[in-house]
Design a protein around this ligand. Structure first.
Ligand SMILES: *Cc1c(COP(=O)(O)O)cnc(C)c1O
Length: 410
């Protein structure tokens, strides 16, 4: 008899985005003339940078000619891309990372989901932020590393509470955590971490022989020169941290698909006899078995951002979203709401001082603006909403005007 992986039954159905569209559709059906502005989803809206498009087109033409045609590429990604990543994203920032430590992939979602496979399935103590990008949690549930979900939390996980009290930066847990997921700039809160705060986590991981998976998908939105772009700017991180990055938010690649994961050759974990094991070769083995690389034109398009012109175009693109974020932050703060994010991040996390879904309904019905209820990201998200800056400026202006008008009338 073919049996299922029972762990999938523990998963709490993710009602979040289906519930949002259900409520939006219902509202639109009842109010066909009302304009609805979506500031809910975390997807980019601007077209690819010109440098990427040019490289993309040229690479497609290479595929049309037998002399330049490419079949399977190097599994870890083409050297032309990995060398540029190492130089521009790390060495230029004083982080000691080499091209052979980079694994190019088709997404930070799959990488952050798959990394757990190289760790023990039993007795691993896992710490996840709350609120959280659900991928880190659900993939560990699927792998059987948790108990059932009770009252919105899985038994066996260590939840790192991110609240107004700690300014949404979790402190290291008193209990030992073996595998720790961190994401900065954060989705959904937009919070950023300082070098000093991040150093505490690196020191913790060294002390407890733990490993940190650092998701830096929103690195490109950092403007404050003091904030770390990479965990490898922190001494000792090469031994205790894996970093996940993506071109999705950096360069508008959500539909094009390119990302990468850094596993330094010095990064270690331990076997059942407490011997050190090299994680770089373990992850390489995993990728070689289960992944055949990212398409050549896509890697060419991604590598085009690593030039003076490419960096300028990427910055212009992300500055556009940051201008939206600044406007949202200003208007929501002006209405008297406590907010985080919105600077160095494309999300604004708003304390509505009310039930998340009630606040969602209010903004939908009174202003026609769709946001994301914070409760969908975890227990600590209750009371909050996430507003996304990924949209065009005119729509954001209109959305904010509608929110201000609606809430002022209250
Ligand atoms: C958008 C996002 C990613 C990027 O995922 P891709 O699969 O590369 O598109 C990764 N982590 C977080 C937290 C995100 O919000």
């Amino acid at each position: 008899m073919i049996r299922i992986n029972e762990n999938y039954r523990k998963l709490k159905a993710s009602y979040l985005f289906s519930e949002i569209s259900k409520r939006v559709d219902e509202f639109q059906a009842g109010n066909p003339d009302k304009q609805i502005i979506r500031l809910g989803i975390g997807d980019v809206t601007l077209p690819l940078p010109e440098v990427c498009l040019k490289a993309f087109h040229e690479a497609v033409d290479e595929m049309a000619d037998e002399k330049t045609f490419k079949g399977y590429g190097p599994n870890q990604g083409y050297a032309f891309l990995r060398e540029k990543i190492a130089e521009w994203d790390f060495r230029k920032r004083g982080a000691d990372i080499n091209a052979d430590e980079i694994f190019v992939s088709d997404g930070a979602k799959c990488d952050s989901a798959n990394l757990q496979e190289i760790f023990a399935t039993k007795k691993l103590r896992i710490a996840v932020p709350d609120p959280v990008y659900p991928v880190y949690v659900d993939t560990n549930v699927m792998a059987g590393r948790t108990g059932p979900n009770v009252d919105g939390r899985y038994e066996g996980l260590i939840y790192l509470e991110c609240t107004g009290d700690n300014k949404f930066i979790p402190s290291t847990p008193r209990k030992r955590a073996d595998l720790i997921y961190l994401c900065f700039p954060n989705n959904p809160t937009g919070a950023t971490i300082t070098k000093r705060q991040l150093k505490k986590w690196v020191d913790y991981a060294i002390r407890h022989k733990s490993l940190i998976i650092f998701d830096a998908a929103y690195e490109a939105f950092i403007r404050n020169p003091k904030l770390p772009h990479s965990i490898y700017e922190i001494p000792g991180a090469r031994e205790v941290a894996i970093e996940v990055r993506s071109f999705s938010k950096t360069a508008g690649f959500t539909g094009t698909r390119c990302a990468y994961t850094v596993v330094p050759t010095t990064c270690r974990a331990y076997d059942s006899e407490k011997n050190e094991v090299n994680l770089h070769s373990l992850w390489g083995r995993r990728q070689n078995t289960k992944f055949n690389g990212v398409s050549y034109p896509v890697q060419k398009a991604a590598s085009a951002i690593y030039s003076e012109l490419g960096q300028k175009q990427v910055k212009t693109m992300n500055d556009y979203y940051l201008r939206n974020a600044t406007l949202i932050l200003k208007e929501m703060t002006g209405l008297g709401f406590q907010c985080t994010g919105g600077t160095n991040a494309p999300y604004i996390w708003v304390n509505g001082n009310t039930d998340s879904w009630e606040f969602f309904n209010l903004l939908l019905k009174k202003a026609g603006v769709v946001v994301t209820p914070g409760a969908g990201f975890g227990k600590c998200g209750e009371g909050y909403i996430r507003i996304s800056a990924f949209n065009n400026y005119e729509s954001v202006q209109l959305a904010m005007k509608k929110i201000v008008d609606a809430l002022r009338m209250d």
